[in-house]
Design a protein around this ligand. Structure first.
Ligand code: AMP
Ligand code: MN
Ligand code: MN
Ligand code: MN
Length: 282
């Protein structure tokens, strides 16, 4: 049984995707920051879970298997967090491998597009930050662009580069929503919409999306996340109630960085929501 009031952090990244700490170091940091129930949710990859779980248990922290799956829905990239699944499930593992497989080519195309505006060798530069050759992400490019002084920090990179309409952006087809939900639910997990405030969906599109997500077996949304403002905590608390969704809480920690949120430091979920973790047996 997981206590509703526990310090729970169900979204963060390690070097197995685009975080800067190894899974065991993320576990240590989570513990030091007071986290009691913790999930590692690397992008499209479960390869860090064994190390994360083992360190978490050594430190007396409860551990939940996690993953953040990249999905393309209505031409938009949407992230779906899977939690508390069987990480040995073959369909899930194969699906994630397929989702990862286009990243190499995409990175080369991103690099070519940056070279076009006079920033050469970004692929090689980004690779220096990559911990898992299967998982080269825009975050690695962003760190390299900061290193060479193109931008002062990672968040300003995404305002002028690597995003739609800017140099270094390469459209990509990720998993479908139906695939991601099938992989998570067939492995016994709970599917959650990651940082729903980040997708720029108008009300009508959002309604179509949440209904489709629900009909495919999705059970909840992140309400309190490092990607939401306090106003958005309220907004998505209302949406959780409206659609009868469970609520999740996660920092989306990637690195110790100025202005970025640390593990376990978010406010609690609004009291009138049902946390996803109370539906699991410890
Ligand atoms: P990718 O999966 O390769 O498209 O990369 C997505 C990752 O880039 C996210 O998981 C973040 O780590 C990072 N990212 C995207 N947008 C931003 C942003 N505005 N600020 C900081 N990091 C971002
Ligand atoms: Mn990331
Ligand atoms: Mn995300
Ligand atoms: Mn994330």
């Amino acid at each position: 049984m997981y206590l509703a009031t526990a310090n729970v952090d169900l979204h963060c990244h390690s070097t197995v995707s685009d975080g800067v700490l190894a899974p065991s170091a993320v576990a240590e940091r989570a513990r030091a920051q007071g986290v009691e129930v913790w999930a590692l949710t690397d992008h499209d990859e479960v390869g860090g879970l064994d190390q994360a779980r083992s360190t978490a248990h050594d430190l007396g922290m409860q551990f939940i298997n996690g993953v953040e799956i990249s999905v393309t829905w209505a031409q938009k990239t949407i992230h779906i967090v899977g939690l508390n699944f069987d990480a040995d499930n073959v369909q899930l593992r194969d699906g994630l491998a397929k989702t990862r497989s286009g990243r190499q080519r995409r990175a080369e195309d991103m690099s070519a597009d940056l070279a076009r505006v006079g920033i050469p060798n970004c692929y090689e530069g980004a690779l220096k930050y990559v911990g898992n050759p299967d998982l080269i992400s825009r975050a690695h490019f962003a760190r390299y662009l900061v290193e060479i002084g193109v931008c002062p920090d990672v968040s300003s990179v995404f305002k002028s580069y690597l995003t739609e309409g800017h140099p270094g952006f390469v459209p990509h087809r990720w998993a479908t929503l139906a695939e991601a939900l099938k992989w998570i639910t067939q492995a016994g997990g709970s599917a959650i919409v990651a940082h729903p405030g980040r997708y720029d969906l108008d009300l009508l599109k959002a309604d179509v999306f949440f209904n489709e997500f629900k009909s495919l077996g999705g059970v909840g949304i992140e309400v309190v996340t490092g990607s939401h403002t306090p106003d958005q905590y309220e907004e998505y608390a209302k949406i959780a109630k409206q659609y009868n969704f469970l609520a999740s809480r996660g920092s989306d920690f990637h690195a110790v960085e100025k202005g970025m949120l640390d593990l376990g430091q978010l406010p609690s979920l609004p009291k009138d929501l049902t946390p996803v973790w109370v539906t699991w047996t410890a």
